[in-house]
Design a binder for this molecule. Sequence first.
Ligand code: UDP
Length: 307
Amino acid sequence: MRVLVTGGAGFLGSHLCDRLLKEGHTVIAMDNLITGDIANIAHIRNEKFLFIKHDVTDYIYVDGALDAILHFASPASPVDYLELPIQTLKVGSLGTHKALGLAKSKNARFLLASTSEVYGDPLIHPQKEDYWGNVNPVGPRGVYDEAKRFAEALTMAYHRYHGVDTRIVRIFNTYGPRMRINDGRVVPTFIAQALENEPLTVFGDGSQTRSFCYVDDLIEGIYRLLMSDHHDPVNIGNPKEMTILDFARIISRLIGKPENIKFKPLPVDDPKVRQPDITKAKKLLGWEPNVGLEEGLKKTIDYFIHK
Ligand code: UDP
C-alpha cells in the first residue's frame, strides 16, 4: 500500500510509520511540527519513506495514488489543549475534513485516531463503544473532546454518504518512547520528576484512575483495525486500571527513588475514572495488549534516560 500518515512525526504517528514500513508499505508522513518532532523520524533510512511538512488544516495535496490515510495529526496532551485550543479544534474539524476529502478523491481507506476523551468524565465504567459520553463542551478539554467527536461524526458521514472505507479507533492512555518529556502528560512528567529527584506532582488526591497501554500494543491493535473491515468505533487500550497515586508510587519504585509526592489542584473536568472495555477489539481483531506495565515503563524510562 501507499499510505499517508498525518501527524507522522508525532509520538503515535512515528511509531505507525515504522510499523507500516516494516510491513513493506510506502509511507508519506505529514506534520506541521507544532507538537511533532523531526527527531522521531530521523532514524528512518528507507527509500519508501517521504516526509512533507504541512498543516493539514489547509488543503492537502499528495501526488499519485494513495491506498490508505491514517489521520493522527492533533495535539494530544491536556497541557497542549490549553496552549493550542484553536489549533486543536481546527485539526480535529478542518483537518479531518481535508483528510477525508483526500481519501474520497484517492479512493483510499481512512482511519481516524479518535480518543477515550469522547467519553468525557464517564458515568459508565468501564467504557464500551456504545456509551455516548459525558463531555463538557465549554470546558478547557472541550476543544479536544468536541473536535474528536465532530471528527467521528464527519468520518461516519463520509462513510455513509460518500461510501469512503473508514475506520475509527478510540485510543486510551498510551505511553512509550518518543513522548515529549515536557508534554505535561502524567507518564513523561512523573518519569522526568523522579529522574531529577523532584517531587511527583499528583493532581487532586490521586484517586482518579487511568489504564496505561504500551505503544507497541496500541500500534498492533491499530494495524489490525486498518486491515479489518469494521467501520464503527473500536476501543484500543489496556484495561489494567490504577489510581494516579499508585501510579506515582510505581514510577518512584522503578526509578529507585524514595516516595516523594506533592499534591496539586485537580485540573478542571479531569475524568475521575477511565478504563477501556476491549471486548470488541478482542472479538473483531483477536487483539489484546500483552506488554506488562513494568516492562513497558522500563523501556520508556530507558528512553528518557538516554535521550
Ligand atoms: N496528572 C497528575 N500529575 C501530573 C500530570 C497528570 O496527577 O503531573 C494526572 C491528571 O490529573 C490525570 C492523569 O494524571 O488524572 C492523566 O493525565 P494525562 O495528562 O496524562 O492525560 P489524561 O488521561 O487526563 O488525558
